[in-house]
Design a protein around this ligand. Structure first.
Ligand code: SAH
Length: 208
């Protein structure tokens, strides 16, 4: 096995040790080459248990929070899922191996273009959109699951609630100043899942 293959297997073993048991999610994390989603000079550190800088002031989330969020969505293999905050595209790639179809929205055009390129190669069932994810993707709604990977200020963005299919699930970090709570919304009820730290969700149009 290659060095990155070993590092990836070791990451999956640590996720198991940290309580992730969903075999589909573990298989996906064991397949997606995380080093392709980080800056080349950080590739040697791609499988560490921490977020990494991806440029443009943003980060790729730590492996555990990616796994935990996808597990928390509890979607079947046929589901249509919306992700807000494409970033590197890594979480979208993992998600794409667990569900039928992924639409992911990124505010930063540079990050969106980069993610679109790598995902076209590694995850053909992902559509990357550039725009304000707080508005969702109304023309593609409803979604069985919606996962937000940036901290929503105060509450789940109302437009996302409107774009959820009946019985669907939203997983979203809510809080301010980078720290908050990962919440799960379903059938009108909100459940707190974990204390988390995320970059903020920034409202408004994309900036070039
Ligand atoms: N899921 C990513 C990590 C996301 S970091 C990964 O796997 O790499 C959060 C991302 O949300 C950043 O790239 C940031 O630019 C983006 N973001 C912030 N506000 C946004 C908004 N309103 N709409 C869409 N994306 C947004």
């Amino acid at each position: 096995m290659t060095g990155t293959g070993n590092a990836r297997e070791a990451m999956v073993a640590r996720l198991r040790g940290a309580g992730i048991t969903n075999s589909r999610v573990l298989a996906a994390m064991g397949e997606v080459p995380r080093e392709r989603f980080v800056r080349p000079e950080l590739a040697g550190d791609a499988y560490g248990d921490h977020p990494l800088d991806i440029g443009r002031g943003q980060t790729i989330s730590a492996p555990w929070i990616v796994a935990f969020s996808v597990v928390a969505l509890e979607q079947p293999p046929t589901a249509r899922v919306l992700e807000i905050g494409t970033g590197s595209g890594y979480a979208a790639a993992v998600l794409s191996r667990c569900v039928g179809e992924v639409v992911t929205v990124e505010r930063d055009p540079t990050l969106a273009a980069r993610a679109r390129e790598v995902l076209a190669e590694l995850a053909p069932n992902v559509e990357v959109r550039t725009g304000d994810g707080m508005r969702g993707a109304p023309d593609r709604a409803p979604f069985d699951g919606i996962v937000v990977t940036a901290l929503a200020p105060g509450e789940i963005p109302p437009d996302l609630l409107d774009q959820l299919a009946p019985g669907g699930t939203i997983v979203c970090p809510v809080g301010d100043q980078r720290v908050g709570t990962l919440v799960r919304y379903r059938d009108g009820r909100t459940e707190e899942l974990a204390d988390v730290s995320f970059v903020p969700l920034v409202p408004g149009s994309p900036e070039a």
